[in-house]
Design a protein around this ligand. Structure first.
Ligand code: XIL
Length: 343
């Protein structure tokens, strides 16, 4: 009995593990893709996690820092900037010929307490914002050629978010932020970045109209980042594609800037294998849609993390599993979905 049991058991285990291994060519994404493929980086993991640094320079040719370039890290005290981590990341990117996308100059989150507690009149706030934007851009100018200048400035209904910048400088803070950024680097690509724009609803309309009106005033904003924190079936792919096409028609480059495809809304009723297949299909149609843009409008697709283990969504739900690699840094079917769409 024992003699038959073990070979059968090992055969079963073997065939299960074969089934689990996605069937696709694992050639490097960065070499296969006609547009840049990016990833958000946790710089601590780049130092300590072997799998992480084995994957990142091989697969990706664009990086967005997940944290270290946000105001609380770069500008911790009044008049004090700390570029040590950014400079390391620039060296890493230079070594592996990876584009570094600056994220993010003006946001209502990740602020240092000194800015949150700052007391001043509108002019003093504007000086603070100008110094922040220009010091950072000028420091990084030798390597960083693109920036998320303002992040998440609109509410879902299309009104302006009443954040610390709007309250202290007034509605014009967005326009001013882009003017100061342009002054600091005339050739950089300047982006506006936000979530839920890809729903193609009132928030998108408001953002598009706003940046068209800035353009009419002579303030050039080069592109829009659609964060793309999506689920398996929402937003509809037709809405995502239409958002991107509309941006192209209006002359804005398109960045899918923080892509993740979470599974958890469906987690209770479906097998993991089935969910991963749906995620693969979803990945495929998203990339196919992006490929419909003219090459000069495709700034790139950036994933918000390397593995499911690194994702900001995993903090909320272990079942989200939203990225290209599983928690053990093994390729998921979603990776194959990306490759398939490029054919
Ligand atoms: C998140 C990071 O993933 C977290 O690690 C950090 O603590 C907070 O910010 N929109 C953005 C990103 O523009 O910067 C956010 O990143 C996720 C939502």
């Amino acid at each position: 009995m024992k003699k038959i049991f073990w070979p059968i058991l090992s055969l079963l285990i073997f065939s299960f593990s074969i089934q689990d291994e996605p069937q696709c060519n694992t050639a490097k994404l960065r070499d296969r893709s006609p547009f840049p493929v990016g990833v958000a980086i946790n710089t601590e993991k780049l130092k300590d996690e072997e799998n992480y640094w084995k994957i990142v320079p091989v697969q990706f040719n664009s990086i967005t820092p997940e944290r270290i370039m946000k105001p609380m890290y770069l500008h911790p005290k009044k008049g004090v900037y700390d570029f040590a981590e950014t400079d390391h990341l620039i060296d890493f990117c230079r070594q592996f010929q990876i584009r570094l996308h600056g994220h993010t100059l003006i946001w209502h989150k990740s602020l240092p307490t000194w800015i949150e507690n700052f007391k001043g009149d509108p002019k003093e706030w504007e000086d603070l914002m100008k110094d922040h934007i220009q010091t950072i851009i000028r420091h990084c100018k030798g390597y960083i050629k693109s920036w998320d200048v303002v992040n998440e400035a609109f509410n879902d209904d299309g009104t302006l978010r009443k954040n610390i910048w709007l309250k202290n400088i007034g509605d014009s803070y967005i326009e001013k932020a882009y003017r100061y950024a342009r002054e600091a680097d005339t050739s950089a690509l300047l982006f506006y970045n936000d979530y839920s724009l890809e729903r193609y609803g009132s928030k998108f309309t408001a953002v598009l109209n706003y940046f068209k009106s800035l353009k009419a005033k002579g303030i050039k904003v080069d592109g829009i980042g659609l964060q793309m924190h999506v689920t398996l079936d929402y937003p509809y792919i037709s809405d995502i594609d239409q958002t991107a096409i509309n941006l192209q028609e209006e002359g804005f480059m398109v960045h899918y800037s923080e892509l993740d495809i979470r599974l958890n809304e469906h987690g209770l009723f479906s097998s993991k294998k089935h969910l991963l297949e749906l995620q693969q299909q979803r990945m495929q149609v998203i990339v196919k849609g992006f490929m419909k843009l003219k090459p000069q409008y495709r700034f790139g697709i950036t994933f918000w993390g390397v593995s499911d283990n690194d994702s900001w969504l995993t903090e909320k739900s272990m079942r989200a599993r939203p990225l290209l690699y599983d928690a053990r840094y093994k390729i998921k079917p979603m990776y194959c979905g990306f490759i398939e769409a490029l054919r």
